[in-house]
Ligand binder design. Structure first.
Ligand SMILES: [Zn+2]
Length: 318
């Protein structure tokens, strides 16, 4: 399947090149590959096509088959000035990297399993535009259900709808950050010692009540005061107390990738501070909606929460 898609991508690249070098034939009809479309764009004033050397674009996708909770890397090389990627009804602008233009895309727990069309729209250096069409298959992930039993009492944590709403808005704003510069590199590291006490995506039922929504991160059980380190390099964009997550640190790693660290007892960094991978940022605590000291660690890709452990163990393929 991969080789067929590669051929399609190559044909699409040729179609774009044909459009780029099309001489008088502007608005080239592409008949070799459907549904690649090449659109006519206005001539650039004062620049002839001979003066613009076009390197045909090539599309690279880190995986064609992805699970809910994973992430993919989409990159395009060649003489591309701008572009975006549309998948699962969401649009992601391409960011300039060292060798390509790229974007990471998170596959959320609610994204529908099945084969989805991904469209990559590009504008070339000579002003022509076109697109790649690619298929991405999303597979369903079976999430564990944790059945938790406790004796009800006055000290039970309470979910306040208004507070949750305010926190969701604040988190959504932070996770919507699109800093173009990529600040992280290499494999991600787990941010604290201690065993995993709750996996990403896990669903919970309390005292045989209804099964709730998916857990947005990975929990590590650790004693209060255990050091928490940055999972990768970035800039601290939030270090403050929230109602549910308690004392929380959020790090922007650039390119729409951010990590959150919740229920902390104390901070070791301030908002705006640049941090290196492995740098001490905070200490494990029991603040916010939490019944025992632990670290809740989450990773957001353009606002979509995905499984952070896939970034540690390489299961995403990048
Ligand atoms: Zn958690």
């Amino acid at each position: 399947m991969r080789s067929r898609r590669l051929v399609l991508a190559t044909l699409a690249a040729l179609a774009l090149l044909a459009a780029a070098c099309g001489g008088e034939e502007r608005g080239v009809e592409v008949t070799t590959v459907t549904p690649v479309a090449v659109e006519e764009t206005p001539e650039r004033v004062g620049v002839t096509e001979e003066e613009v050397r076009i390197v045909p674009p090539e599309l690279l996708v880190s995986a064609d088959e992805v699970a809910q909770g994973s992430a993919i890397l989409v990159s395009v090389t060649g003489s591309v000035t701008e572009g975006d990627v549309e998948l699962l009804g969401r649009v992601y602008p391409l960011t300039q990297g060292d060798f390509s233009k790229y974007t990471y895309i998170g596959i959320g727990v609610h994204d529908t399993p099945g084969v989805h069309a991904m469209r990559v729209r590009l504008t070339l250096a000579n002003g022509t535009s076109g697109s790649f069409e690619h298929e991405v298959s999303v597979s369903e992930t079976q999430w564990d259900v944790a059945r938790i039993y406790y004796v009800e009492g006055a000290g039970d944590p309470v979910l306040d709808a208004d507070e949750r709403g305010r926190e969701d808005v604040l988190l959504a704003e932070a996770y919507a950050l699109e800093t173009p510069e990529k600040l992280w590199e290499g494999r991600w590291r787990v941010p604290t010692e201690g065993a995993i006490s709750s996996h990403f995506g896990e669903r919970r039922s309390f005292n045989d009540g209804p099964v709730g929504g998916n857990h947005g991160g990975t929990d590590f059980g650790a004693a209060e005061g255990t050091p928490v380190q940055a999972a990768n390099s970035g800039r601290v964009v939030l270090a403050r107390q929230l109602a549910i997550r308690g004392n929380t640190v959020i790090i922007d790693h650039g390119g729409g990738v951010l990590t959150g660290y919740a229920h902390l007892s104390a901070y070791a960094v301030a908002e705006g501070q640049i941090v290196e991978k492995g740098q001490l940022i905070a200490f494990v605590g029991n603040s916010g909606l939490s019944t025992a000291p632990h670290l809740h660690w989450e990773i957001s890709v353009h606002g979509v929460l995905v499984d952070p452990m896939r970034w540690v163990d390489g299961r995403n393929g990048f």
